[in-house]
Design a protein around this ligand. Structure first.
Ligand code: SF4
Length: 224
């Protein structure tokens, strides 16, 4: 591996060798750029566990796209996580918590469902890239914390790299990318945005820029 400019595919191959394909997982939002990491992983193994957190606030297009990618990439171990009924009843009974307290909403609908599974794996692939946000500008490829590893094979990819990869491999794009959505999460918290600054389309009106599963205490990460 060239450590000055590591190839994402080589990073994934080395990680799978190091940890084993059943000890490493990925959380995918099946959003705008998710296909790149999922395709790269599937070239090495279609049995790597892929977790999708069904917040119950996703666009219907995202659910359909998930099914498309499972079929097209041959993903054999996609698992759905859900918020608990108890959490929803206690903390978001009206389903409108995102309007007043998106951090708590993300905790109920994204972070809590991951808690049980995160310790079951030694490492997690993420799809984060440095270009996506100022908060990611110094992102390292390998991060170790709390006994777990986060591996960011795409850290050095640019917006153009991502788009070119999708085109070169003739991969299906999320249909909403054709409607001006360069970053796609839950429906109430996603707006069209400039492709060069995709995270500005998330949580419009709030200072929030990350869902919280990117925070230090959690060794997991989404591909968005
Ligand atoms: S992205 Fe919005 S709707 Fe989804 S869990 Fe977070 S605050 Fe709630």
């Amino acid at each position: 591996m060239n450590f000055d400019s590591p190839d994402p595919s080589e990073i994934i191959a080395a990680s799978l060798t190091l940890f084993g394909e059943k000890n490493i997982a990925v959380v995918s939002s099946f959003g705008a750029e998710s296909v790149v990491l999922l395709h790269l992983i599937a070239q090495h193994s279609q049995d790597v566990p892929v977790f999708f957190i069904d917040t119950r606030k996703h666009f219907s297009e995202t659910h359909n796209y998930r099914k498309t990618l499972i079929d097209e990439l041959g993903l054999r171990d996609v698992r759905i996580l859900n918020p608990t009924e108890r959490d929803l009843a206690d903390k978001d009974p009206t389903g409108e918590l995102h309007k007043t307290d998106p951090d708590s909403c993300c905790a109920v609908r994204k972070i809590n469902p991951l808690i049980e599974v995160r310790s079951q794996f030694q490492a997690w692939f993420t799809g984060r890239k440095r270009y996506q946000a100022a908060t990611r500008s110094k992102l390292q490829i390998f991060e170790f914390e709390n006994g777990g590893a986060k591996i960011n094979p795409l850290a050095g990819m640019s917006n153009d790299d991502v788009s070119n990869y999708v085109s070169e491999h003739d991969l299906p794009r999320h249909p909403m990318t054709y409607m001006g959505y360069p970053s796609i999460g839950c429906e109430p918290c996603t707006q069209p945005a400039d492709a060069d600054d995709p995270r500005t389309g998330r949580w419009s009106g709030f200072k929030k820029t990350e869902c919280g599963i990117h925070s230090k205490p959690d060794p997991t990460e989404t591909t968005v």
